[in-house]
Structure formats: C-alpha cells, structure tokens
Design a protein around this ligand. Sequence first.
Ligand SMILES: Cc1cc2nc3c(=O)[nH]c(=O)nc-3n(C[C@H](O)[C@H](O)[C@H](O)COP(=O)(O)OP(=O)(O)OC[C@H]3O[C@@H](n4cnc5c(N)ncnc54)[C@H](O)[C@@H]3O)c2cc1C
Length: 288
Amino acid sequence: MIPSAFEYHAPTSVADAISLLGRFGDEAKLLAGGHSLLPMMKLRFASPAHLIDLGRIPDLRGIAQVGEEVHIGAMTTENELVWSRLLAEKVPLLVEGARWIADPQVRYRGTVGGDISHGDPGNDHPALMLALGASFALRGAGGERVVAAADFFHGLYDTELQPGEVLTRIQVPIPPAGTGWAYEKLKRKIGDFATAATAVLLQMDGARVANASIALTNLGPTPLKAVAAEAALAGRVLDEAALNEAARLAMEICDPVADQRGDVDYKRAMAGEMTRRALQKAQSRASA
Ligand SMILES: Cc1cc2nc3c(=O)[nH]c(=O)nc-3n(C[C@H](O)[C@H](O)[C@H](O)COP(=O)(O)OP(=O)(O)OC[C@H]3O[C@@H](n4cnc5c(N)ncnc54)[C@H](O)[C@@H]3O)c2cc1C
C-alpha cells in the first residue's frame, strides 16, 4: 500500500527538530530509520501530515565512553552497534543483542533510538536496556530530562516520551569487569521478532551468584524485569535447582499474546527456557 501524502522536513539540529514538532504538533512524526514507522504508514495505521527526518542531525549519532557510562546517539544504527569496538569491549551484551535484530538490511537503517521510542514489546533494545540499567535523555522545548529505562515503557506503543520530545541519547552504565552476559532469543526465522528472549547480566562471587539482572522480550505489553528471579539467585550456586527456580519465576511474570509465533503456554515455556540458557551462557562468560 502507499502511504497518505505528507510534507518532508530535514532539520540539521535537535533544536530545529523540536521547533518543527512544536509547530506541527499531533500532525507530525519523527522519522529515524523508518523500519517501524513506514510499514505503519503504508498500512495507514499512521498518517502523519509532516515527517521530520532526524537523519541529518550529526549530534544524534555516535558511541562514546563518558566516565563510567557509554553514551549512544539515538540515530546510531544497529549495524554501528554490531561493529563498535568500544561496545564489544565495555558492553558486549548490546553487541550480542543488536546482532539478533531483524536482518542486515534492517540493521543498516534501523536505529537504537527508534527501536526504543516505538514502544513495541517485540523490539529487542527495551529488554536489553532494562537489563543494563540504562537511561534515556529526552529533549523538548523545556530542556532535557533523563529517564531510567525502568520508568520509560508504560504499555503497548506507550512510552514516557511526551509530545514535542526527542530521544537524543542512551546512557548505558559499563558493567563491572568480569560480568557475564547473554541474550538468548528464540525466533522462527531470520528477520523475525522474538517468540521469547531473555537478556542477562551476571556477576559471580566464586561459585555463587553475586548479582543477576534479567529482562524479557515480547512476553508482555512492555519489556519485563524478572526481579523475583534475580532475588532468588542472589548468593546461590547456579546449579539445576537454581536455574529451574529462576526459570519458573521468570515464567510467572509473563503475559504474552497468542499469535502466529505460538500460544500463551508455549511462549511462557520458552521464556523459561531462554532464561535458563541465558543464565548458563552468562555464567560461562563471567569471571569471579
Ligand atoms: C522485517 C523487520 C524485522 C524486524 N525485526 C526486529 C527484531 O527482531 N528486533 C527489533 O528490535 N526490531 C525489529 N524490527 C524493527 C526495527 O528494528 C526498527 O528499525 C525499529 O523498531 C525502529 O527503528 P527505526 O530507526 O527504524 O525507527 P522509525 O521506524 O523511523 O520510528 C519508529 C517510531 O519511533 C519514533 N522515533 C524514532 N526515533 C525517535 C527519537 N529519536 N525520538 C523520539 N521518537 C523517535 C518515530 O516517530 C516512530 O513513531 C524489524 C523491522 C522489520 C521491518
């Protein structure tokens, strides 16, 4: 299908993008990589009269270490995450997660900021960012505010972004040295969204778990932080009993929707399985 007509704007600064958002209000939509927005426009689920392209704003790109965090511009593409040496060294979970997204064509255009802003529970960055304890810089006419990932995702396509705001930057705390990581994603084929996926960061103290961070993709209307599973693992040896307990507690918080990827029971079971696998892989990569 062909989208309805729109006027195209290409600002070269965030300030100009914000001023265009202010001028056109509800009639405007920001355009990043277009891989979620354009399909919606073609289906006429979205019919913005004005498209504000963020692609010519240099300030919105790039990956840099700032103190104990890595800052990522919202318009940084998935492919740039995949090939970032800094991320490979400091935040390898993000590299692993980005490699699981869609296919190379989508990864060349799709951006980390668009993936987060869209509020689609099928997207992978929301759970990755929850597991990492990331936060998001949102800028509007009144200035900038920084919101934790844990407070950002409100519901299906519903986020903390207010009208007139642009997500400009993602701030990711660098996990302590020795932290294990894994993103385990079950998908039916290349280019598909997750049937179920689990992101894990794991710090070990000898044979015991010192700290676990666990987040789930596409198992509810928002990404889910498996806090009960995390608490159950603290101080325990990661044996079969502990893995089973963490998987059971992760499954308990899932509220998936039945679709072509499977029914509710299957998806919940796969959430448990992805959680087990991610914990085991993270443990194999952790050093005490
Ligand atoms: C075939 C296919 C398979 C896919 N598989 C996956 C997958 O496995 N995992 C996954 O995570 N994603 C997947 N996607 C989605 C893809 O990653 C999209 O690129 C992503 O969801 C949106 O990013 P974008 O840069 O394309 O944003 P756009 O489509 O341009 O924008 C998406 C929404 O976010 C808003 N927006 C964009 N940037 C900002 C910003 N900086 N501030 C405020 N609002 C903003 C837009 O206004 C729009 O409402 C898939 C897409 C396709 C087409």
